[in-house]
Design a protein around this ligand. Structure first.
Ligand SMILES: NC(=O)c1ccc[n+]([C@@H]2O[C@H](COP(=O)([O-])OP(=O)(O)OC[C@H]3O[C@@H](n4cnc5c(N)ncnc54)[C@H](O)[C@@H]3O)[C@@H](O)[C@H]2O)c1
Length: 462
């Protein structure tokens, strides 16, 4: 019989996961393995999202045709729908939790609000069957599964079932990469998991093996949910720290006339150093900006006896938060020095290339510095679907370059890579700043030959 899977939270992760699960097929019959029900909040945004999904309007902005096609296929097969009705949890054999758990990245480092998260888990506990497996994919501070989620489920089970019935619970974090390989990054990638007990562990392994290509990407079992949670926040913290580390060398390189990208390419040849990061505008997005805070949050909430302070991580977050200021400063200094008017165009608003997600975008932080310093700004991004605050002067169509005295290219969308940049810049007289090493070497040379003022973050050789 087809099993039912409820996905709680239909955001960037939950929606894609829902499609991955609904696309899983019985290898013999090629029939869908699961009936998938996505559950989101009964508020204005939630209802809008659900209507879009059920009406066949692809709800996120991305350029992964595979995800888009799979979405239309599962709608046609009628094994995926979205709802705000939490009663559907009653039918679930599996519940996947993909809701957000926000941590404030400004001010107090331990600023986290568990209320919505706790309510979400309580709703699951009030509705699921006694043998439903709950899989937590949300990124959470180490300790949350054992010390917060499990007790809530147990409490709700005690109200409805015999005392001996324990909830089945596992943690298995997402590594989904929004972008051109969105769906594939769920199905064709390594997955870590752990169960609260042996039964949950086995059930989670069986379930994941029906979704993920485990022949090529074997599952990695960790020995506790604490370990699995820590694994997620540590891998993202590692990346954030790597970026902060390169930031200081980027500044040095720019000041001593060195092209840091050339240096990094020479270093990356060593297999031990192949994932060293690049200098750039800054760290954005929902994950890298908050996940490094999770260790600190964990200690404050669940492991109060631990006295460590995560000083390196904290410093890295501080550096990363300040990165866009440097791009602002370079542009501002140039504009002041040349007595130009304060009109800026920002090309790219999303937090990374080929996606429309603007959460914690470094481009928006950059825009805020300009606004704070009385600049008039316009911004452009071909992929953003969300409403943009009017102060960012968002333009759907690329304006004439000569209307601005500074242009900052921030995101490596194909649109900008494919633009005939030289033609577009032919009457431009200000500063063109490439904040993420987006221009090709060929275009850099052509721009220089035309005597256009060009700066690139991380390059002191121009
Ligand atoms: N975005 C990424 O690239 C990525 C990658 C890996 C892991 N993650 C992690 O996955 C989790 C989800 O991230 P996201 O980007 O999808 O977030 P998101 O904000 O896009 O989506 C979260 C969704 O959950 C819904 N929601 C919140 N509370 C709910 C509730 N009580 N019941 C039902 N729905 C509820 C929200 O309305 C929203 O639609 C986060 O923990 C994130 O850190 C994200």
């Amino acid at each position: 019989m087809t099993k039912t899977v409820c996905i709680q939270g239909l955001g960037f992760v939950g929606f894609a996961m829902a499609i991955a699960v609904a696309s899983a097929k019985n290898i013999n019959t090629q029939k869908p393995l699961y009936q998938v029900i996505g559950v989101d909040l009964d508020n204005r945004i939630g209802r809008k999202k659900i209507k879009e999904i059920n009406d066949g309007e692809f709800p996120i902005s991305c350029n992964d045709k595979e995800l888009e096609n799979a979405y239309f296929d599962v709608l046609k097969a009628k094994n995926f729908k979205a709802t705000t009705n939490t009663n559907y949890f009653k039918k679930a054999d599996y519940v996947i939790v993909d809701i957000n758990l926000d941590v404030s990245i400004k001010g107090e480092f331990s600023n986290i609000d568990f209320d919505n998260f706790k309510n979400a888990i309580k709703t699951i506990g009030q509705n699921i069957k006694k043998d439903t497996l709950v899989v937590i994919e949300t990124t959470i501070p180490p300790g949350t599964t054992e010390k917060l989620i499990y007790p809530i489920l147990v409490k709700e089970f005690e109200k409805r079932f015999d005392k001996e019935i324990n909830p089945k619970l596992a943690h298995s974090y997402e590594r989904v990469m929004p972008g051109p390989e969105y769906l594939s990054s769920i199905i064709n990638f390594w997955r870590v998991y752990s169960g609260i007990d042996k039964e949950s562990e086995i059930s989670c392994e069986k379930f994941l093996s029906t979704i993920i290509n485990t022949e090529k990407y074997p599952l990695q079992k960790l020995s506790s949910c604490n370990a699995s949670e820590l694994s997620k926040v540590l891998e993202n913290s590692y990346r954030a720290i790597n970026i902060a580390f390169i930031e200081e060398w980027g500044i040095f390189a720019e000041n001593i006339g060195v092209n840091l990208f050339e240096v990094l390419n020479a270093i990356k040849i060593r297999p031990t150093h192949s994932n060293i990061r690049n200098p750039g505008l800054g760290v954005g997005g929902y994950c890298l900006t908050k996940d490094p805070l999770m260790g600190y949050v964990s200690k404050n909430h669940f492991f109060k006896n631990f006295s460590g302070e995560f000083p390196i991580t904290k410093k890295a977050i501080e550096i990363n938060n300040l990165m866009p200021f440097r791009t602002y400063e370079i542009t501002n200094n140039y504009i002041k020095e040349h007595n130009l008017n304060k009109k800026i165009l920002i090309l790219g608003l999303s937090y990374r290339d080929q996606v429309g997600d603007i959460r914690n975008s470094a481009s928006i932080d950059l825009a805020k510095y300009f606004l704070k310093n009385k600049y008039s700004i316009n911004s452009h991004d071909p992929l953003v679907k969300e409403e943009i605050s009017s102060e960012l002067g968002y333009l759907k169509k690329l304006p004439k370059a000569e209307l601005f005295s500074g242009i900052v290219l921030t995101v490596s969308h194909n649109f900008y890579r494919e633009l005939n940049i030289l033609n577009w810049l032919k009457n431009f007289k200000g500063l063109f700043l490439d904040a993420n090493n987006i221009l090709s070497e060929n275009n850099i040379q052509k721009i220089k030959n035309k005597n256009i003022n060009l700066k690139i973050i991380g390059r002191g050789d121009l």
